[in-house]
Design a protein around this ligand. Structure first.
Ligand SMILES: CC(C)(COP(=O)(O)OP(=O)(O)OC[C@H]1O[C@@H](n2cnc3c(N)ncnc32)[C@H](O)[C@@H]1OP(=O)(O)O)[C@@H](O)C(=O)NCCC(=O)NCCS
Length: 170
């Protein structure tokens, strides 16, 4: 069994997870240049948590998928996934992925992404999964998972990427 599966379990988001998941995502994004700098400096972290919790609750109600990584009873990371929208046939999207800083580099992010792909890959109509990210470290993280850069823009010192992973039909 991979080390991460002993350290953290990946489970579907439930109502009990909503608030701790919002806290984990807010903590994850506070170290991230775009959100951390622009957003968390202008609104307090607790408001960001409240907004994220509302978004997660609404997604649960709408039956949209999200998974959380739980370790020692605590939520340490999460991935939020969007199924194809009208006019975007076959295209799934990774809406948000975050792992608490103290849990990074231990395979939690990769395991969350594997779970997301296990949802998309069996979809016979799926063409692939796309996402937006920034920075070379995130780019190589996603490249290792089969994503390729399809678009790129520079925002100041920040490199933003649009990435796509074709479906691996199972
Ligand atoms: C990107 C992220 C989800 C990776 O989670 P993780 O649990 O550390 O991922 P894994 O352990 O499976 O893989 C580690 C790889 O993630 C990438 N990574 C990006 N930022 C990282 C960080 N701060 N610390 C560790 N790894 C990071 C690297 O490619 C790393 O591999 P490396 O150590 O060989 O460079 C996590 O760093 C995070 O939450 N970052 C802040 C939020 C964010 O940027 N989300 C993605 C935006 S779309």
């Amino acid at each position: 069994m991979p080390a991460v599966e002993r350290a953290a379990q990946i489970v579907a988001l439930t109502r009990e997870h909503v608030f701790p998941t919002a806290q984990a995502l807010a903590e994850a994004f506070s170290t991230e240049p775009l959100w951390g700098f622009f957003l968390l400096r202008s609104i307090p972290r607790r408001w960001f948590v409240v907004v994220l919790a509302r978004i997660l609750r609404a997604r649960l109600t709408a039956g949209k998928p999200a998974y959380v990584a739980v370790a020692g009873g605590e939520v340490v990371g999460a991935v939020v996934i969007a199924p194809p929208r009208r006019g975007k046939a076959g295209h799934w999207k990774i809406v948000r992925l975050g792992v608490r800083p103290g849990w990074r580099g231990r395979g939690v992010g990769s395991s969350l992404m594997d779970r997301a792909h296990s949802l998309c890959d069996p979809d016979p109509d799926a063409r692939g999964v796309y996402l937006s990210t920034h920075g070379r470290r995130n780019r190589s993280f996603y490249e290792r998972l089969g994503y390729r850069v399809t678009g790129q823009i520079r925002l100041g010192r920040l490199e933003l990427y649009r990435m796509f992973r074709p479906t691996i039909h199972v």
